[in-house]
Design a protein around this ligand. Sequence first.
Ligand SMILES: CC(C)(COP(=O)(O)OP(=O)(O)OC[C@H]1O[C@@H](n2cnc3c(N)ncnc32)[C@H](O)[C@@H]1OP(=O)(O)O)[C@@H](O)C(=O)NCCC(=O)NCCS
Length: 178
Amino acid sequence: MGSELRTDADDNPTGNPYNDDMQTPAIVQLRPMLPAEFAAWRERFVRDWGEDLARVEDLSHEDALREAARRTDADLTSGAATPGHHLRVIVGAEGELGTLWYSLSDDGAFLDDLSVNPKHRGRGIGDAALAKVEDEVRACGRPHLDLHVYADNHAAIALYQRRGFRTTGLKMRKTLPA
Ligand SMILES: CC(C)(COP(=O)(O)OP(=O)(O)OC[C@H]1O[C@@H](n2cnc3c(N)ncnc32)[C@H](O)[C@@H]1OP(=O)(O)O)[C@@H](O)C(=O)NCCC(=O)NCCS
């Protein structure tokens, strides 16, 4: 159930992910993640999430990694083929540009992860990929897409705001003196 697989190479021979006017991101493709790609993706995802958890939730590095792995495996019980979960590879004229993961519930959808490869960031890839996710979610009959983002992830927050996401709540924590 991927987005329509087409390449922008024909109408964008330079591989520049932006159109000529530099305003509208050119088309990227989303293709389903292959089972053989899952283990490497999971390792990267758990490592990155573990770093977030250690920083934001005051966990030790080891505990944060363990917790990230536990939560990931509890969701993705059958890897890339887990029903209701959609893992995608973002592809453009230059090849693989990043990955994303969203899941469907009865009445909505949740963006679990979006990651653009570091060397491709800041060029409209995240924006274009998110537009594709919105198309897929809408095609599945879900009226909204939710997500969680850590408060110090300014790049991601700016991207989501740019795409029209609004804040529906704030999670707060005070670390108490020992
Ligand atoms: C967040 C992320 C997906 C953005 O992808 P990207 O391809 O670099 O983003 P885009 O080039 O499409 O940028 C679109 C908009 O996002 C915002 N943005 C992106 N990177 C930004 C940065 N470093 N600082 C501030 N705003 C930024 C801007 O509003 C930008 O629009 P503009 O260029 O017109 O100002 C990417 O930085 C990433 O993979 N980060 C690590 C993983 C992560 O944090 N994922 C989000 C988990 S919730």
